[in-house]
Design a protein around this ligand. Structure first.
Ligand code: NAD
Ligand code: AHE
Ligand code: ZN
Length: 370
């Protein structure tokens, strides 16, 4: 079949809207009509050419929601008409990691996913006979896409696609980092570096679990109002206090340091600040941000010797097929706010404007509707 898609033809070039060919689902695969997709900073990172797994030409996008159109042989958990959210972190429930229950980093298809192909080693997308690659196993910047059954969460049918697509990455990553990875306790002091599409969801996660002080740090002063709406109690702008004084500002505001800090910027200097503003003896810093190839984090080992802990999280530690339907329920029950974070909506033809809005700091999430 043909599908309309925004194709990343090369690094650092605008996406090109074109018709591409899409093969139907093979064994264990599912054809999905994507109804809506968010644009995450990780899409921009890969498009920039700095992602070591960034391959071109490819169809980016990993924050979608849609409907099952057709299932391939052997698919048992999904049927035509089911509403689904694609999962860049699948849940096979059979690999060593899934069975361990210690991590959400299912290994069933990770190797082929990183090469831009389906588990059988080939792409379902092509253009004039040449393969176009998948991205993060999702490729939601296409009206139709094919995914393995284990990479789809079945969700309730009354939930609006243009909102729940954001649960496919940003919402789950931010809230999950708080509840699954950090396990923030009621009364904890929390600091969030970067108040964009992910950081604002960390804020609402921290509020949900009953954190006490919730400090937000961002160089963009226009983030303040939205962050306060999502639970932030104190704001620090590094450009106002001085970048070298952010750590002390957090320590002063929290009687000795944060119980938990989160990096949602992807900046390795900020990651260091996020660790070093944690409380001596127990403060934990969770890295969410993705940094480009060649960037490394550094700190004095003394920071860890004296009890601070450095951790990271992917997809908020969520097990997609199990946890994502629950987060959709939370949204539908009014327990979490997604609507206010979707600041812009665009048709596919204007998707590049969504990237511009992100880079200019004008949007939180842009959702593209098909
Ligand atoms: P975004 O662009 O919406 O937000 C980033 C925010 O960080 C912006 O508000 C920006 O002003 C702020 N910022 C930038 N530099 C800063 C600095 N030096 N100090 C303080 N604030 C600064 O991006 P997003 O979609 O929220 O993504 C954030 C990061 O999280 C990206 O690196 C993205 O790749 C990563 N991410 C990781 C996961 C995961 O599973 N680990 C999931 C989604 C996104
Ligand atoms: N190819 C990238 C990997 C970047 C990365 O860490 N991705 C996160 C999800 S970001 C979603 O917006 C992730 O899930 N990581 C775990 C994994 O297995 O990829 C790079 O930098 O190499
Ligand atoms: Zn993302």
């Amino acid at each position: 079949m043909k599908t309309r898609a925004a194709v990343a033809v090369a690094a650092n070039r605008p996406l090109e809207i074109m018709e591409v060919d899409l093969e139907g689902p093979k064994a264990g695969e599912v054809l999905v009509e994507v109804k809506a997709t968010g644009i995450c900073h990780t899409d921009a990172y890969t498009l920039s050419g700095l992602d070591p797994e960034g391959l071109f030409p490819a169809i980016l996008g990993h924050e979608g929601a849609g409907v099952v159109v057709e299932v391939g042989p052997g698919v048992t958990s999904l049927k035509k008409g089911d509403h689904v959210i694609p999962l860049y972190t699948p849940e096979c429930r059979q690999c060593k990691t899934c069975l361990s229950q210690r991590s959400n980093l299912c290994t069933a298809i990770r190797a082929t996913q990183g090469k831009g192909v389906m588990p059988d080693g080939t792409s379902r997308f092509s253009c004039d006979g040449d393969p176009v690659l998948h991205y993060m196993g999702c490729s939601t910047f296409s009206n139709y896409t094919v995914l393995p059954e284990i990479a789809l969460a079945k969700v309730r049918e009354d939930a609006p696609f243009d909102k729940i697509c954001y649960i496919g990455c940003g919402v789950t990553t931010g809230i999950g980092a708080v509840i699954h990875t950090a396990k923030v306790w009621p009364g904890a002091n929390v600091v969030v570096f970067g108040l964009g599409g992910i950081g604002l969801n960390v804020l609402q996660g921290a509020r949900m679990v009953g954190a006490d002080k919730i400090i937000g740090v961002d160089v963009n002063p226009s983030r303040r109002a939205m962050a306060e709406k999502f639970g932030m109690t104190h704001f620090i702008n590094p450009n106002e206090v001085g970048r070298d004084r952010v750590v002390q500002a957090v320590i002063d505001a929290t009687d000795g340091g944060a119980d938990f800090s989160f990096d949602a910027t992807g900046n390795t200097e900020v990651m260091r600040q996020a660790l070093e503003c944690c409380h001596r003896g127990w403060g934990e810093s969770i890295i969410i941000g993705v940094a480009e190839a060649g960037k490394e984090i550094a700190t004095r080992p003394f920071q860890l010797v004296t009890g601070r802990v450095w951790k990271g999280t992917a997809f908020g530690g969520a097990r997609g097929r199990t946890d994502v339907p629950k987060i959709v329920d939370w949204y539908m029950e009014g327990k979490i706010n997604i609507d206010d974070l979707i600041t812009h909506k665009l048709p596919l033809e204007r998707i590049n404007e969504g990237f511009d809005l992100m880079h200019e700091g004008k949007s939180i999430r842009t959702v593209v509707e098909f």
